[in-house]
Design a protein around this ligand. Sequence first.
Ligand code: GDP
Ligand code: GDP
Length: 464
Amino acid sequence: MSLTLAIVGRPNVGKSTLFNRLVGKRLALVDDQPGVTRDLREGEARLGDLRFTVIDTAGLEDATDDSLQGRMRRLTERAVDMADVCLFLIDARAGITPVDEMFAEILRKRSEHVILAANKAEGAAADAGVLEAYGLGLGEPIRLSGEHGEGMADLYAALMPIADAMAEEAAEVEVVEAPATDVELPEDEDGEFEAAAITAAKPLQVAVVGRPNAGKSTLINKILGEERLLTGPEAGITRDAISLSIDWGGTPMRIFDTAGMRKKAKVQEKLEKLSVSDGLRAVKFAEVVVVLLDAAIPFEQQDLRIADLAEREGRAVVVAVNKWDVEEHRQEKLRELKEAFERLLPQLRGAPLVTVSAKTGRGLDRLHDAILRAHDVWNRRVPTAALNRWLTGMLEQHPPPAPQGKRIKLRYMTQAKTRPPGFVVMCSHPDKMPASYSRYLVNGLREDFDMPGTPIRLTLRGQG
Ligand code: GDP
Ligand code: GDP
């Protein structure tokens, strides 16, 4: 299976130049193929050991009958829809323009994989433009020079995991459906996201994981309203091999059903194959992972491993302690649980811990709310201006260390991604920054911008 990459961006950012570099002479003749018009050039590209199809959208000179912007938008949208990955070019020498921002918006909404590249980045004159590109909210830009062939290794590194994931997905297509598109969030004028808008747009993906007998089936049955899980599709519930679509308390959700899958797998004599990676599969599927513990035997090795996996995969986590109905010394037990949680899973600091009884249904409202809240936090975007004000305060309160007498300077910070929140700090000597200072910043972000229960990624970048 071949990957298709679309090069998009406003006129003059260097799309054709890059296209020519990637394709060389291997240009496909697409003129007489139906559906592919001449304004989208297509070619077979080679980058290291990667082979892929590349589409160039630089055909706008013959825009005559229409406004250039409208035409550009439609052309780009068509290319985006044809492609698996979009390489979005900006001109680092010119900086970010409103038209770039329009493109960013299209891509955030429409494309599953976007690689942002600051082109014409050879030399120091491009530094400011590269920095500005972080502000587009499309992740970390790679520095490219299509004309000079610089940054090709970074482009390769960005493409490689996507190509791998596609190959893997193709191999697994019988068992697992493709995860939902990572849609970026609609933002209002202040740069705050609108939680309601996303929740309505697509079902929230939840996985309930935990050791055997923790009560996963019982919990999902209870949420569905008793025995429906066993009796198959009914009004309001659709189910496929791995997930159930439901409306839980007014929130459309898709719940990854490991327990149900295992039962089905048994029938198909695929048990061995499936059970190995049940947990991983569930975590990959989910936006929010509910780690279900048995109150009688909480935080077993298996629970810790899956919670850690969820954190490393960047999922929002809610810990639910089940079978609370049989617990006698609840206050004391809760204290113990919280203490154990902090000690054993420090990487999930602040994640909600709720007590439930899947059997009686007590606590399910709280679980529902905790899932929604964790999802909100996971999606949160902090405006750049607020972040930099905050950074200034943090630096004053605790200046960064000065290894060998040279103080590390932190210059600028921006949120490069959501789901989970990821931040980039531009600084001098990123390699000399002690982990404790990064932790100080991450914990500060968590506290000051109220982001409990979500992994927070912090990347330090050197300039130049
Ligand atoms: P397109 O309209 O996006 O396809 O852009 P072109 O590929 O036609 O390039 C527009 C202009 O930018 C041309 O003059 C190119 O020579 C120039 N250009 C393209 N890539 C680079 C680069 O990496 N560095 C510099 N400095 N100029 C470039
Ligand atoms: P799974 O393997 O995680 O899907 O666990 P099950 O849902 O099959 O539950 C395992 C056992 O725990 C069953 O006997 C359930 O009846 C029991 N169980 C599940 N939830 C609760 C609960 O909230 N309270 C009590 N007392 N028992 C429960």
